[in-house]
Design a protein around this ligand. Structure first.
Ligand code: TXA
Ligand code: MG
Length: 316
């Protein structure tokens, strides 16, 4: 496709395109997704093509109603059910053993499937007016920063997709927390919009396996990800500043720029607000005149963990 995509809130138009096997960008509370019919292998293949995403990286299947799980997965453990009852719709993805009705391309050939019910009115209405769930990764070129407003999608994929459903700025601002129920113990594969503390409050201790890796056990845990084109360093701000004296850098800080130029994520040091602003701020820095981006390590709890995960991958 050539030309520029249209942006709007027309669910009918989105359903028409999706039923026709096309991709449509959709808003969620976390980040914008690039969606297609999860049961249509050819439509799903075009997601990979548009994003330039390697086929070994599986997609999350989005549903509007928890009843759809029985069609997608062959088992649904009690603990997974407790989490979905508590956090759906919301920024939680569960990984379950997949059923045969999910095409292999969606799950990159794995015997499991990622499932999520997003918390966004427009997209829930869309999902509930379709006869099929939507496979959707974040709507960015593979490896780049995820989009949190419709314009980010226009900027990067605007010549490749016909329609972007515009649901305004994403409320959470970074991706869902992923919890796998494929092996015996529940395992967190990615920190995200739901805090680890809140997950453990519902199902008890979980294993955390989000560590950076060149050869991930689960795909999508690649070390280098969420990355701007410019060089980005991540750590204690005082250290980064003293190590880079004289260079043309900008600082991305939680609440205090320490007298340097750059962007503050939250005046009051609120991690929720910082998460909302994170990806847009990284894009601004990437498009600025700085040569180098210095990013501050957040406190290691709650959303701070998810922010640190994204920044450390961006710095890799
Ligand atoms: O918040 C989100 O999760 C957003 C919105 C659009 O829903 N989606 C998102 O998708 O972040 P994506 O493709 O950028 O990241 C999905 C991650 C990937 O790292 C992928 O490897 C992992 O989920 N994943 C999906 N299915 C999996 C599976 N069966 N086993 C292990 N990891 C899986
Ligand atoms: Mg992504």
């Amino acid at each position: 496709m050539t030309g520029t995509s249209q942006t709007g809130t027309d669910i009918k138009k989105a359903t028409f395109l999706l039923r026709g096997g096309k991709c449509v960008a959709i808003p969620t509370e976390t980040v914008y997704g690039l969606a297609a019919n999860a049961f249509d292998s050819a439509a799903v293949a075009s997601i990979f093509e548009i994003k330039n995403r390697p086929f070994f990286d599986p997609l999350i299947v989005h549903i509007g109603n928890a009843d759809q799980i029985s069609k997608l997965a062959v088992s649904f453990p009690e603990k997974a059910k407790s989490l979905t009852e508590k956090f759906w719709p919301g920024p939680l993805t569960i990984i379950l053993p997949k059923s045969d009705s999910v095409p292999d391309i969606v799950c990159a050939g794995l015997p499991s499937v990622g499932i999520r019910m997003p918390d966004h009115k427009l997209t829930l209405d869309l999902l509930n007016s379709l006869e099929f769930p939507l496979a959707a990764p974040s709507a960015n070129p593979f490896g780049y920063i995820s989009p949190t407003i419709a314009q980010h999608v226009v900027d990067q994929l605007g010549n490749k997709i016909e329609y972007i459903l515009d649901g305004g700025p994403c409320r959470v601002g970074l991706e869902s927390t992923i919890v796998s129920f494929v092996s015996e113990k529940p395992t967190v594969l990615r920190f995200g919009g739901i805090d680890l503390e809140d997950i453990e409050a519902v199902i008890g201790k979980v294993i955390v396996e989000h560590k950076n890796s060149e050869a991930p056990t689960a795909p999508g845990m690649l070390s280098s990800h969420y990355a701007p084109l410019k060089k980005l360093l991540f750590g204690r701000l005082d250290d980064l500043i003293s190590q880079n004296t004289g260079l043309n850098y900008g600082v991305l800080a939680l609440s205090d720029l320490k007298g340097q130029k750059g962007i503050i994520l939250s005046e009051s040091g609120n991690l929720k607000e910082a998460a909302q602003n994170l990806f847009a701020a990284m894009r601004l820095m990437d498009n600025s005149s700085y040569d180098l981006i210095l990013t501050e390590e957040m406190p290691d709890h709650g959303l701070g963990r998810a922010i640190n995960d994204r920044l450390s991958r961006a710095s890799y």
